[in-house]
Design a protein around this ligand. Structure first.
Ligand code: SF4
Ligand code: SF4
Length: 223
């Protein structure tokens, strides 16, 4: 892995904060971090620290409504999430331990290395190059899709739809275990309404599943 100098490391800020960014989600890899071949990706995902996930890009649809696009990329794995975690409520990074990150400062995923710490964690921000590096993942969408198919027997679109339905189900059942409260609010306000509009059939399917489960539970209660 070729890495930038750890120019932004500020262990005094991060130690006081105890990793708020890590508790909200694992950090993104840049394409330059990894030997991007099919076989290497299968082996890397098998090691248990990395997931194929997506980054969301907000845009406006032709009806001038807010819309979302998904871009496949690699990210450090979150707690209770799998190797293929295209879309879910983010939990804490699984590589955060009580002693901090499992990686040395300079060996972290590049997305983490390009985050500039601040004495106020809310003000930590990415450097100017960050999003240009992430855009490099656009060249690897087909490769990542083929790995998804190999590991799940689902196309990228099918797996994404499965994950979005599961995301709706977790909201409908208020299953927010391990989700940072700030992330939850952001999803409730900014992301959930757009996805409900974008995937009405999946939302209905999740609702039907909840209704069916409630009916089954009621039937099991002795009279
Ligand atoms: S980068 Fe910011 S949010 Fe992350 S651990 Fe350091 S101070 Fe906290
Ligand atoms: S890989 Fe390390 S720096 Fe990145 S989110 Fe996980 S614990 Fe934090």
């Amino acid at each position: 892995m070729e890495k930038i100098d750890s120019t932004y490391t500020n262990n005094s800020y991060c130690r006081i904060c105890q990793g708020k960014c890590c508790k909200s989600c694992g950090c993104f890899y840049y394409p330059e971090d990894i030997n991007l071949t099919f076989d290497n990706l299968i082996s890397l995902l098998g090691e248990g620290h990395v997931s194929i996930s997506t980054m969301l890009n907000f845009k406006y649809s032709s009806f001038n409504e807010r819309d979302l696009e998904f871009m496949l990329l690699l990210r450090e794995r979150n707690i209770e999430r799998g190797a293929i975690d295209l879309f879910s409520l983010p939990t804490s990074c699984a590589s955060l331990t009580k002693d901090g990150c499992i990686y040395k400062d300079t060996e972290r995923p590049s997305g983490g290395l390009h985050l500039i710490p601040s004495f106020k964690p809310m003000l930590c921000h990415y450097d100017e190059e960050h999003f240009a590096h992430l855009a490099g993942w656009l060249n690897y969408q087909d490769l990542l899709s083929s790995v998804i198919f190999k590991m799940t027997h689902l196309s990228y679109e099918e797996k994404l739809r499965e994950d979005v339905e599961n995301y709706f189900y977790n909201f409908l059942t208020q299953n927010y275990e391990g989700v940072d409260p700030r992330n939850l609010t952001e999803h409730q306000i900014m992301i959930l309404p757009i996805l409900e509009r974008k995937y009405p059939t999946l939302y209905n399917k999740a609702q039907e599943k909840v209704t069916k489960e409630k009916t089954l539970t009621l039937k099991r209660i002795p009279k």
